[in-house]
Design a protein around this ligand. Sequence first.
Ligand SMILES: [Zn+2]
Length: 298
Amino acid sequence: MNLENVVCGVCSGGKYETVYESAPGWLDADFTPSTDRYGQFGSVVRCRGCGHYYTNPRPAAEFLNSGYQSARDDAYIAESESRSINAYMSLSAIRRFAPPSGRLLEAGCFAGFFLNAARTQYEVEGLELCSWAADFAEKNLRLPVRRASMESAGLEAGRYDVIAMIDVLEHLQNPAAAIAECSRALKPGGILYLVTPDIKGFSARLLGKYWWGLRPSHIHYFHRASLSRLLAAHGFEVRLAKSFGKIFTCGYWLSRIKNYPPLIHRAAEKFIDAAGIHNKFLYIDTRDSLEVIAVKRN
Ligand SMILES: [Zn+2]
């Protein structure tokens, strides 16, 4: 496989120090959102210029693109109810800052659960590289989805009132280009909604190189300061930046820690089985995901 050295995705600086290192696991990497395979992320470095964290070196663009295009994730669909609740929580946060109607775009909409919630308020459009997920959104949820990335979509300038990228930025080869494109495609005063792992969040600091956020498909690791810097550079003003919790069934939460020490996993499994709550919803804020709302300056 071809690996390439890259510069910082926020400030384009080339000086860095290595923070975490693990065996690279890209050849059999799992590019699905609900992967439970953490670790094997290669080298994560910190930019000496701006403090942003990113994977360096990383696989070439063709390898990453084909990984996303050919992904399939049945476990994602199996959690459709909890993912829909998470979508409504995001929509409710957006509604506090955005106009009550208008055009909304989601880049990286995957199976379409957020767009399905958002269309109760907005005229929605989606972009998605994964064919399987885009097919699901079109056929099962009747959503308009184009097979394109934010950077390649050729969007009309000033078209949207809201753009959302939920758990997407950390996967992009050029997050700065995507944010620049968001700025171009939004109306002045338009709202950008982002959710991305926070490498300086509590759980990330606690778990260090064992943090579940470190995985082969993540090639950028933001924190409040690096994300704010990127947004400011493209004409955005941050209005909200907070920790983002999620709802899943207890069984799904349990599957997230399958590869952690057996003692922890077994204890949690015993408790969930004894309580009979495998299918019950549970909200947890693991304090390592960042929810950001930014407005495009006029
Ligand atoms: Zn930098």
